[in-house]
Design a protein around this ligand. Structure first.
Ligand code: CU
Length: 323
């Protein structure tokens, strides 16, 4: 995590420092975990990895101990896709917000997207880049995909691939099973927060197991739209501070308070309803309502930034702002 934080650019993209890391060039397990390579060796490992671009990648040349990784896997039989059919290429970026714990593909959660239409017989290629600071085991229902790992015509068939931060992987499968198939991160709280897409077939017959497809879709979408509550309170010798929050992927309703123990300490409550926008969700425009009450103490004196004395004991005001 420390290393990932250091590699994060201001806009939230990870900076791989020009190394173009992909499955065939760099085993992030070896790069990231000093317990595999040893602290001092890590930098040398990264340098070595950069020079290995063209030859067959073998992370075990970089380290004294053997680590298991996808490049070691080889299918016993050829796993080539049918030649005589078109390829549909899709690109995804694994994205998310560590702070708000929202996970997405291309900055959109499942409920903000349409199903992805594919045709029976079509070859599908998915190029997927992990631009978040977490690893995501991406899982596809209904099909096995070949994971291109430098094994020529013999890449292994998988239905899940664990993608490390900054890694780019290429998956291919032949679309041959009608249905609506979920492609999602298999860390279930990432999935529930919206990290997935649904593949569906053009002109497919009704699925007898799903009597009400629209209802089924609404139920799937309700996962990442769910609101959750949070509260925080601190009790101090001179007052009570706290906040409650009710939020989902984009919306947040929150209220914070500072309450003294006497009228002359004052009481203050601010309530905001806002929507997080932008990739990093650093920016939240809101509307709000402020309430304040106090009585003035003996030595009370408060001036605002223009030097004017603030004499109002009760204040109620609507507000507009950004956070
Ligand atoms: Cu995930």
């Amino acid at each position: 995590m420390k290393m990932m934080n250091g590699m994060m650019k201001m806009n939230g993209n990870l900076d791989d420092m020009g190394m173009q890391m992909s499955l065939n060039q760099m085993d992030m397990n070896v790069v990231m975990y000093p317990e595999i390579t040893g602290k001092a060796k890590r930098e040398k490992t990264v340098m070595k990895g950069m020079q290995m671009n063209d030859e067959q990648y073998n992370s075990n040349k970089l380290s004294d101990i053997v680590t298991l990784n996808y490049t070691l896997l080889k299918s016993k039989t050829k796993t080539e896709l049918p030649y005589d059919t078109a390829i549909k290429e899709l690109r995804f970026e694994l994205t998310g917000n560590m702070n708000r714990y929202v996970w997405s593909l291309d900055n959109k959660v499942v409920s903000e997207t349409d199903k992805i239409l594919i045709r029976k017989g079509q070859n599908i290629r998915i190029i997927i880049h992990n631009n978040s600071m977490m690893r995501h085991p991406m899982h596809l229902h209904g099909h096995d995909f070949r994971l291109l790992n430098g094994q020529g015509a013999y890449p292994p068939l998988k239905n899940i691939v664990d993608i490390m931060p900054m890694e780019t992987d290429t998956l291919e499968f032949n679309a041959n099973v009608y249905g609506d198939w979920f492609f999602h991160c298999h860390i279930l709280y990432h999935m529930m927060s919206g990290m997935g897409r649904v593949f569906t077939y053009e002109n497919q017959p009704m699925n007898p197991e799903i009597a009400k497809p629209r209802l089924a879709q609404r139920r799937l979408f309700s996962d990442d739209r769910k609101f959750h509550a949070m509260a925080e309170n601190s009790i101090e010798t001179n007052g009570n501070d706290g906040q409650v929050m009710y939020s989902n992927t984009r919306w947040q309703l929150s209220s914070e308070w500072r309450l003294g123990y006497h009228d002359y300490h004052g009481y203050e409550v601010e309530t905001h309803l806002g929507r997080y926008i932008g990739k990093m969700q650093w920016f939240m425009p809101f509307i709000g309502y402020d309430w304040r009450y106090r009585t003035r103490g003996i030595n009370f004196q408060e001036t605002n930034i223009f030097g004017k004395k603030d004499t109002k004991d009760t204040r109620k005001a609507f507000s507009l702002g950004i956070q």
